[in-house]
Design a binder for this molecule. Structure first.
Ligand code: ATP
Length: 364
C-alpha cells in the first residue's frame, strides 16, 4: 500500500452554475455540484451527456462559459491546470514518451521535491498496485494500451492529491484486473480520505464504488444520491432505465385505497404503495426484476400475472427470465434456490407477482 506521510488534506469541490457550449451544442447546461472532502462521487451517463466536459472544466482543460469552480475555499475557475493540485487519470491520458515507467510514476513526486528514497519506495508500491512491478525501465511505447493506462493510474495514486479526477480509467483493462483495481482505488481513496470524481458509463462500477452517483443526461444532472437510493427510487424514467434493469409501465392513476393506488397501464391494473400520489394524474410504475416473484397456485400477491417464459439467461448465482403476458414483456431475476436450473423451461407457463410496496412510482 502507498503511504502518504506528507500529503495535503483533501478538499471539497464546489461547482456553481457551470455551463459550456461547443458552437450550437450545449455540452454542460448549468450544473451545480458539491463533492464533500473525502467523498467519492461518480458522474454516470450515456455517451455525450457531458461527463468528460464537466471533468475537464474541473481540471482546467476547458474554461466554462459561465459558473465557478471552487476547490476548498479557492476559486480556481481561471487557474491553469498545473496549479490546481489535482490527480488525474483521463481516457488515453498521455504518458511522457521519453520517460521510463518508473520516471513517469515518479514525476508528480519529483516536482513536489519528495526525498529520493521515498520516491523509490512509493513508485515501487504504486506499480505493484497495478501489477506492473518489474516494468520500471520500460518506455510507454513498449507497453500495451492497457498497461499504459495502468501506469497513468499508478501515477495518479502515487501523488496522493487532495482531489482526484478519474475518467473511465479501467476501460482498457481486462475484467479481473479491472475488479482488482476498482477495489484498490476505493480502498486507497477511503484510507487517505481523497475527494474523488469518477466518470463512467458502467452502472455496476458506479454502484460499487460511489458514495453518491450523479446521473447525467443531456448536459444536466438528472438525479444525485447514494447508489441504493438511485437504484431503488429513481426520480425519472431515464434514471430508472439507465441504472439496472427495470420493468416500466406508464398510465393514469385510476383509484386510491388507503395507502395504495391503482394504475391502469399496459392492460393491467397495477397496485402500488404510494401514499403521496393523487389519483387523476399519470405515473410510471417501476418494478425491479428481482422483485418479481414466482408464485405458487394459491399464494396471495398484490399484483399477479400469468406469463409464458420466452428466454432464460444463466447468470451464475441467478437466472434472468424474459416473460410474455399477451403483448406485455416482463423481466424477472430469480436465484437458484427459488428456481433451480432446469426447473423452468422456455415455453412454460408461470404465475408471477409482486407486492404493492415493491412498485416504485415516478410521477408523470
Ligand atoms: P463519452 O462518455 O462518450 O465520453 P461524455 O458524457 O463524456 O461522453 P462529452 O465528451 O462531455 O460527453 O460531450 C458532451 C457533448 O459535447 C457531446 O455532444 C460532444 O460531441 C460535445 N463536445 C465535447 N467536446 C467537444 C469539442 N471539443 N468540440 C465540439 N463538441 C464537443
Amino acid at each position: 500500500m502507498v503511504t502518504a506521510p506528507s500529503r495535503r488534506p483533501s478538499l471539497p469541490l464546489r461547482l456553481t452554475g457551470i455551463g459550456k457550449r461547443f458552437g450550437a451544442v450545449v455540452a454542460v447546461g448549468g450544473v451545480d455540484l458539491t463533492v464533500e472532502a473525502g467523498e467519492f462521487v461518480t458522474l454516470l451517463g450515456p455517451s455525450g451527456s457531458g461527463k468528460t466536459t464537466l471533468l475537464k472544466v474541473v481540471a482546467g482543460f476547458e474554461a466554462p462559459d459561465r459558473g465557478t469552480v471552487h476547490i476548498g475555499a479557492t476559486d480556481v475557475t481561471r487557474m491553469p491546470p498545473g496549479r490546481r493540485n489535482i490527480g488525474m487519470v483521463f481516457q488515453n491520458y498521455a504518458l511522457f514518451p521519453h520517460m521510463t515507467v518508473a520516471r513517469n510514476v515518479a514525476f508528480p513526486l519529483s516536482v513536489r521535491h519528495v526525498a529520493r528514497e521515498e520516491i523509490g519506495r512509493r513508485v515501487a508500491a504504486a506499480l505493484a498496485l497495478v501489477e506492473l512491478g518489474g516494468y520500471d525501465e520500460r518506455l510507454p511505447a513498449q507497453l500495451s494500451g492497457g498497461q499504459q493506462q495502468r501506469v497513468a493510474l499508478s501515477r495518479a495514486v502515487v501523488f496522493d492529491p487532495g482531489l482526484q479526477l478519474l475518467d473511465e480509467p479501467f476501460g482498457a483493462l481486462d475484467r479481473r484486473l479491472r475488479q482488482q483495481l476498482q477495489e484498490e482505488v476505493r480502498r486507497l481513496q477511503r484510507r487517505l480520505g481523497l475527494t474523488a470524481v469518477f466518470v463512467t458509463h458502467d452502472q455496476e462500477e458506479a454502484l460499487l464504488l460511489s458514495d453518491r452517483i450523479a446521473v447525467m443526461n443531456q448536459g444536466a444532472i438528472e438525479q444525485i444520491g447514494p447508489p441504493h437510493e438511485i437504484y431503488a427510487r429513481p426520480r425519472t424514467v431515464f434514471a430508472a432505465g439507465f441504472i439496472g434493469e427495470s420493468n416500466l409501465w406508464s398510465g393514469p392513476v385510476t383509484a386510491r385505497d388507503g395507502a395504495d393506488v391503482t394504475i391502469a397501464a399496459d392492460g393491467m391494473n397495477l397496485r402500488a404503495r404510494a401514499p403521496a400520489v393523487a389519483s387523476g394524474g399519470s405515473a410510471t410504475a417501476m418494478v425491479r426484476p428481482e422483485r418479481v416473484r414466482l408464485l405458487g397456485g394459491a399464494e396471495p400477491a398484490d399484483n399477479r400475472v400469468s406469463a409464458r417464459v420466452e428466454e432464460i439467461s444463466y447468470l451464475g448465482q441467478t437466472q434472468k427470465y424474459l416473460l410474455a403476458a399477451g403483448s406485455r414483456r416482463l423481466t424477472a431475476v430469480w436465484d437458484l434456490t427459488a428456481a433451480p436450473v432446469g426447473s423452468i423451461a422456455v415455453g412454460a407457463c408461470v404465475t408471477v407477482g409482486w407486492s404493492a410496496a415493491d412498485v416504485h412510482l415516478i410521477a408523470g
